[in-house]
Design a protein around this ligand. Structure first.
Ligand code: AMP
Length: 382
């Protein structure tokens, strides 16, 4: 039986293990939390992510190591890669850890991004605002997630506030200022590449965020917005090949008119692909574990209308959720906390109107910002 070690024991690790166990694969997950979400399906190693002894223990017990998040120190990762096969390879992870490295990589492949400038001081920020104009978004280069480490600058006088929101009291910090992209929609392309170079593409997913946190994802029905689909797959293939990436890769895009602007990438399974668990094809989680152990990839096609709704803050009552037609509940076993992703729902329907009815039924259980986001019209057109 092959053993997969996962750095991180959160919900992504849990869903990777849940997908791989029926294939006879065994899992370990390293995480500092004692009751991490993956602990019930993957043998836990409780330690800090940069604990070299614990990482060596994970490597020793695993045939291959993968990761569920990007913020592992480069040093820890390189140490790990010296003693065990790490997939995706460390280059994918190191580039995705830094928003500027990522943007340089996209530019080298001819993929357009938002205009940006590196910022290290408040004076740099003020100069950069005058060059890029407003609105703009100040972000940390590293360690940001779910809208954390970001501040929107609507006008020049917001500079000081944005600096202290993102850099705190520090006089110097590694930040990036991005011009605000006036997008109509956000989409993501999730694809998976095997060790033989075979690539499978999931349908393009339409994503709605509020306050920087993903609220709803719907995969586009076959034949919808084909020019966007073609652009997204071309960008993905360039990146997968350049990085010699093995496993799932996600690219998030802004849609401006008929063009795609790259926002960022994630070298791992991604929240905007959670619908794939119930969408009818092989899920992103199963394809990722297949890829990292060298098994053939499966067909990711989604065969019926499906929507993914994130549950943020607290789980609504299970007995009420289960009365919603076509609902599949995924509870991550996490304690309630504001802005925390504690679970998600996949809604399956037989028609676009059935999908809309289920989304409306779910909306009643959501906090206001999520409710408004999930009720937004969709381009997925199921
Ligand atoms: P990120 O962590 O960079 O993915 O940002 C989270 C969310 O903030 C994105 O999904 C967008 O909704 C919004 N956002 C981030 N950067 C920009 C930008 N340059 N222009 C417009 N919206 C943005």
């Amino acid at each position: 039986m092959k053993r997969i070690g996962i750095v991180g024991g959160g919900q992504l690790a849990r869903m990777l293990a849940l997908a791989g166990r029926p294939l006879g694969l065994d899992f370990l997950a390293l995480d500092p939390a004692v009751n991490a979400p993956a602990a019930c399906v993957a043998r836990p190693i409780v330690a800090a992510f940069d604990d070299t002894v614990a990482l060596a223990k994970l490597a020793d017990a695993s045939d291959v190591v993968t990761y569920e998040f990007e913020n592992l120190s480069a040093q820890a990762l390189e140490g790990l890669a010296r003693i065990v096969t790490v997939r995706p390879e460390t280059r994918s992870l190191m580039i995705s850890q830094d928003r500027i490295n990522e943007k340089q990589m996209f530019a080298s492949l001819g993929l357009p991004t938002a205009p940006y400038r590196a910022v290290e001081t408040l004076a740099d920020l003020k100069t950069s605002i005058s060059v890029l104009g407003c609105p703009a978004i100040l972000k940390t280069r590293r360690f940001g997630y779910d809208g954390k480490g970001q501040s929107l600058i609507r006008q020049e006088i917001d500079a000081d506030h944005a600096w202290s929101a993102v850099a705190g009291c520090a006089a110097k910090a590694e930040l990036v200022l991005e011009g605000f992209v006036p997008f109509q929609y956000e989409v993501s392309q999730i694809s998976c590449r095997g060790i033989d170079g075979a690539i499978v593409h999931y349908p393009l997913s339409e994503n709605v965020h509020a306050a920087g946190i993903l609220r709803r994802s719907i995969p586009l029905a076959e034949g919808m917005n084909t020019s966007l689909v073609v652009q997204a797959r071309q960008a993905m293939e360039r990146l997968l090949v350049e990085l010699d990436h093995v496993g799932v890769l996600c690219i998030e895009f802004f849609v401006v008119g008929t063009d795609l602007i790259v926002n960022e990438m994630a070298p791992r399974v991604h929240n905007s692909g959670h619908w794939s668990i119930d969408g009818g094809g092989v899920s992103q989680f199963e394809n990722h574990v297949r890829a990292v152990v060298g098994l053939p990839l499966g067909n990711p096609a989604t065969v019926r209308p499906v929507a993914m709704i994130n549950l943020i803050g607290a789980m609504p009552p299970l007995s009420e959720l289960l009365q919603i037609p076509g609902v599949r509940v995924h509870d991550y076993d996490k304690e309630s906390r504001p802005d925390r992703k504690v679970g998600h729902l996949n809604l399956l329907a037989d028609s676009p109107s059935g999908l809309r009815a289920s989304i409306e039924a779910v909306a009643d259980y959501l906090p206001t910002d999520s409710r408004d986001a999930v009720l937004r019209p969709s381009i997925a057109a199921w």
